[in-house]
Design a protein around this ligand. Structure first.
Ligand code: ADP
Ligand code: MG
Length: 345
């Protein structure tokens, strides 16, 4: 099999050539059949911004993150936490101060081009040339990454992101939501296995937001790893299977979404009684009940420490008759506030 024997040599000659030509990042990536356990890994990642005269800002203080291949991973944190800095380092828009970053198994210090080829980034700021149409924008981007014409899927991406009927419109005429979707489209032309979205729903209306998330879910179902930041914590809770919370450049929590929520170990039972209450009965006072209205008692409890039956017994002992009852779990919002408050104190 002389021909077979030739192949590896030909590929390595090709890769040698490709690695010198920025246009061949696409081919380089797709010749490289790697499936790492983690789409992104960072170790002790620091970023200090030093802007002339001002005090240096430590935006990232030793971030260790492992983002599993195939996950939808949420990066949450208040404004100024360091989310965009983290993402802009992945995007090669910001230089890290120290630490290591691996994207799809490629270290950004040693294999920046492979790392970049493996990732599609939608930055927080809109960066689209207003004088091109969406179709031209995607074709140019595909050219930039060296995607061969037969492998381009401009039309497919335009349809998927609901931009097909705007394909020939100057992008300056597109709405904010459409521009945002075009940014997502741009990030996908080189078929990266990892898609990163920095605050993708900022300024996008509710309907389009739902569409965008559907599309992101579909991409994930096809195997694309998604990293996103968002301020809509409820959305993160619904979208992400893992969440890292960062605050002041530190990771303060990182776990599967449902574990993070469960960790809070807090539920709230709301009991509406048939007769108005003048005061909280003693048996319920012991449990920290509060009166939300004359007929509604609210009790916060830890499910791991107290069974709900105990609450109901106390209600019974107090001689109250229940008209209605509901139990709620903490939203990620509460968790987020709790953790950031804990860290602040
Ligand atoms: P987030 O995206 O979570 O809101 P950023 O990463 O944008 O946070 O910002 C983190 C910190 O770094 C903030 O204190 C911000 O003011 C600072 N920062 C961000 N970009 C720069 C920059 N280019 N120069 C100086 N400081 C910056
Ligand atoms: Mg940001």
């Amino acid at each position: 099999m002389r021909r077979g024997e030739m192949r590896p040599l030909m590929i390595s000659v090709f890769l040698l050539h490709a690695s010198k030509n920025p246009k061949h990042t696409y081919l380089l990536m797709h010749a490289n059949n790697v499936t790492p356990d983690f789409a992104i890994r960072t170790r002790n990642l620091w970023k200090t911004y030093s802007v002339g005269g001002n005090d240096p800002v430590e935006a990232l203080k030793g971030i260790d993150l492992d983002i599993p291949r195939g996950s939808i991973f949420g990066l949450l944190g208040p404004n100024g936490a360091g989310k965009s800095t983290f993402i802009n380092i992945l995007a090669d828009l910001v230089n890290k101060s120290s630490g290591t970053v691996e994207i799809w198994g490629s270290d950004i210090d040693h294999a920046r081009r492979q790392a970049s080829a493996a990732i599609g980034i939608v930055p927080q700021e809109l960066t689209i040339d207003p004088f091109f149409t969406p179709r031209e924008t995607l074709e140019l981007q595909a050219g930039y990454y060296g995607v061969p014409a037969p492998e381009r899927r401009t039309a497919e991406i335009l349809v998927a992101l609901g931009l097909a009927d705007k394909a020939e419109t100057y992008t300056r005429r597109l709405s904010g939501g459409m521009k945002r979707r075009l940014m997502v489209a741009k990030a996908l032309v080189h078929r990266p296995p990892v898609l990163v979205l920095d605050e993708p729903t900022a300024g996008v209306d509710v309907e389009l937001r739902a569409q965008l998330w559907d599309y992101v879910r579909n991409l994930n179902a096809e195997g694309i790893t998604v990293l996103l930041t968002t301020h809509y914590l409820e959305e993160a809770e619904r979208m992400c299977d893992r969440i890292a919370i960062i605050n002041n450049g530190d990771v303060v929590a990182c776990d599967e979404t449902n574990k993070l929520v469960r960790e809070l170990d807090r539920k709230e039972i709301s009991i509406t009684v048939t007769e108005p209450l003048a005061e909280i009965p003693a048996s319920l006072q012991d449990m920290g009940a509060r009166l939300e209205s004359a007929r509604t008692l609210v009790i916060r409890y830890r499910p791991s420490e107290m069974a709900i039956a105990k609450v109901l017994t106390a209600v019974d002992v107090a001689g109250l008759s229940v008209a209605d009852l509901s139990v709620s779990e903490p939203a990620l919002e509460d968790l987020f506030l709790e953790i950031t408050r804990k860290v602040a104190n």
